[in-house]
Ligand binder design. Structure first.
Ligand SMILES: [Zn+2]
Length: 391
């Protein structure tokens, strides 16, 4: 017996495959994806969990068009009064740091900074690669402003960047704007999804093969095409709306051509609009607003312990200027994150408290919570962080 697909079934299968592929997100190492439903209050947090490797991993957005994935990363450049260092010791508590160029550039030697896509170049050389063009542009803007400032002004600018990117208010406001901008795109993507994956199978395999079904089929196809065209216009309108409230988002969100060639991309319209919108805000601030209490608490514990005690060695460069820059910037980051945690109603002291002691354990790693039977030594997982004894 042979079995062959007719044209309509084949087309539907192609659409299903494209839809699933469009719902796969690459999460680079060091970045976090917040997957949320537009109808639910809380988000899940992913760090490249599918087929992970040193460069990152994939996440599946699920099958419903109401899901959106928002990517975010920590500020990836250490800044100080002396210069910019393309290296941060912190890794959001992850088992390794993402690749970094580790280039240090004193402000006096900074002649040009440019962003192109995900890359920021300094004096023509690659300086840092980030998870979103939005982040690259923001780093570029900050670095362009610093060389002409006095030391006091630089301190204020750097602290202000950290304050802004770790602010719960900034996350809440941006999410409010995003939800308003996504209302029409959500309706359109739901409409396309229902026609493609509910109405079409019913008409193809369940409805009687009569003239009414044929008319309904053509009607559904026409409506699908109309919604597809509407998706392009709704996308452009929403981008304009989002730009007006977050100008730095800018043209990086303009991916109209993607929607024109792929109906599957149009069905993920809210996700496409949301993906970069929070990218420059610290994942901890986003988690505080979007995740449930327990999930946020676990993530906050891991992040704040990592800032207190990053993977060793803290700095790959033995020169004084990059070492001082890394240390000073991490102190500023710690202050900013402690304020974020306090604003969220959590206690930093309880987050950095020792873990619950398991039987036979005499010490633990203050970074990763691993417990050891010996009373002293170092944690191999964290590059040699000294263990602390249980009281
Ligand atoms: Zn450890």
């Amino acid at each position: 017996m042979t079995w062959a697909l007719d044209d309509r079934t084949g087309l539907l299968l192609v659409l299903v495959v494209l839809y699933v592929i469009e719902g796969i997100v690459w999460v680079p190492s060091g970045a976090v994806l917040f997957r949320a439903s537009l109808w639910a209050r809380y988000a899940r947090l992913y760090m490249g969990s599918l087929f992970p490797n040193e460069q990152g991993g994939f996440c599946l957005m699920g099958l419903m068009p109401a899901n959106v994935g928002m990517i975010s990363q920590q500020w990836p450049v250490s800044l100080s009064q002396e210069g910019a260092f393309a290296y941060v010791a912190t890794s959001l508590g992850g088992p390794q740091r993402p690749d970094q160029t580790e280039m240090f550039i004193p402000w006096t030697e900074l002649h040009s900074v440019a962003s192109e896509g995900l890359r920021v170049s300094v004096n023509g050389d690659l300086f840092v690669e980030v998870c979103s063009p939005h982040v690259a542009r923001r780093i570029c803007d900050v670095m362009q402003s610093l060389p002409d400032q006095t030391d006091a002004q630089r301190t204020e600018t750097i602290q202000s960047v950290l304050r802004d990117t770790t602010s719960l208010l900034a996350v809440t406001e941006r999410l409010g704007h995003l939800k308003r901008a996504l209302r029409l795109p959500s309706l359109i993507s739901w409409g396309m999804w229902l026609i493609a994956f509910v109405a079409t199978p019913v008409l193809l395999w369940i409805a009687p093969r009569d003239v009414v079904t044929v008319i309904a089929g053509w009607g559904a196809l026409m409506l699908f095409v109309c919604l597809w065209i509407g998706a392009v216009f709704a996308y452009r309108r929403a981008v304009a709306q989002l730009r007006s409230v977050a100008p730095s988002v800018d043209a990086v969100m303009d991916r109209t051509w993607l929607l024109i060639y792929s109906p599957a991309a149009a069905m993920w319209l809210p996700d496409r609009l949301a993906r970069d919108f929070l990218a420059d805000l610290h994942p901890l601030a986003i988690a505080a607003v979007m995740c449930t209490g327990e999930r946020y608490r676990n993530f906050a514990r891991r992040v704040i312990r990592d800032v207190h005690q990053p993977l060793l060695p803290n700095c790959p460069d033995h020169d004084a200027a990059p070492q001082a820059t890394e240390k000073w910037f991490r102190e500023q980051l710690l202050s900013a994150l402690e304020r974020t945690i306090a604003d969220s109603g959590e206690s930093v002291v309880s987050l950095i408290a020792p873990p619950a002691k398991v039987e036979d354990a005499h010490s633990y790693c203050p970074r990763c919570d691993m417990q050891y039977v010996h009373a002293q030594g170092c944690c191999g997982t964290c590059g040699g962080v000294p263990l602390e004894r249980f009281a």
